[in-house]
Design a protein around this ligand. Structure first.
Ligand code: APR
Length: 245
């Protein structure tokens, strides 16, 4: 694949690059996306499961075990997944001496860290952590094979996965860091996200309002209306191309 030389030159000239990733960045690792059907993954999660039931506080309160078991299933699916070229290319890019590259992700799978990224702003939490719904204390026990919701050893509350559900606020520090990285970048690169879920989807507009060039990488068109350049392609091939040019 070839990337428009004008776009490449804008990326290369940038001093600060902020990258926002979504489920598409893990698609080439065989992780199902939420909304788009993809050949690699054979399915999208929200075409099979109701997000209101599986990813909302109401869904959890109504049937905690069903939600817990769904996350246990997702963890078991994710366990064998390996970081792909896109995760690795971003990690390498972050080590650049000439450019400051900040990574913001909506993904909860931990594959950016597995691919070598040390600094990752996780907007939607991390599926490998748990905390108590009531007292919010982190639950550090091993949850492998645990089928029903665990009682918090501190307060007896219900332990839940530490991901952000629909209707919940994003982690405060992560959101502050994401906003400031978006305000201060020259290039905002949105990779593998359908740009439908706010507030994350609003970061591109924040960046643009401060003069950044917004570039999107996706094999499919997205909802975003603030994009300056659209690179049609898969995350892995596009990022490797950017890095090696
Ligand atoms: N490379 C790049 N992009 C890809 C690839 C690929 N190989 N394969 C698929 N995509 C794109 C799709 O075209 C789609 O635009 O990835 C995007 C995935 O979109 P969603 O499934 O909507 O995922 P995302 O945008 O991350 O969802 C945001 O919604 O359900 C919540 O909390 C969940 O973090 C998630 C949020």
């Amino acid at each position: 694949m070839e990337i428009d030389p004008e776009v490449l030159s804008i990326i290369q000239r940038a001093k600060r690059v902020t990258i926002l990733t979504g489920a598409g960045v893990s698609a080439e690792s065989g992780v199902a996306t939420f909304r788009s059907y993809k050949e690699e993954t054979k399915e999208s999660l929200w075409s099979q499961y109701d997000p209101q039931k599986m990813a909302s506080i109401e869904g959890f309160l109504k049937n905690p075990n069903r939600v817990w078991q769904w996350y246990q299933w997702r963890r078991s699916e994710l366990k064998s997944k390996k970081p792909n070229d896109a995760h690795k290319a971003i990690a390498k890019w972050q080590q650049s001496k000439d450019q400051r590259v900040t990574l913001i992700t909506q993904n909860v799978d931990g594959l950016h860290q597995a691919g070598g990224s040390k600094d990752v702003i996780e907007l939607h939490g991390n599926i490998w952590s748990n905390h108590c719904l009531q007292c919010r204390a982190e639950y550090k026990g091993n949850t492998d094979g645990v089928e029903d919701v665990i009682e918090c050893p501190k307060c007896g509350g219900q332990v839940r996965p530490s991901v952000v559900w629909f209707g919940e606020a994003l982690p405060e520090k992560a959101w502050r860091d994401a906003e400031s990285a978006s305000y201060s970048c020259d290039v905002f690169l949105s990779v593998g996200t359908s740009s439908q879920v706010y507030p994350a989807a609003g970061l591109a507009a924040l960046a643009k309002s401060q003069g950044a060039t917004v570039i999107e990488v996706n094999p499919e068109p997205t909802e975003s209306s603030v994009v300056d350049y659209f690179i049609v392609g898969r995350a892995g091939e596009v990022l490797i191309n950017i890095l090696n040019t």
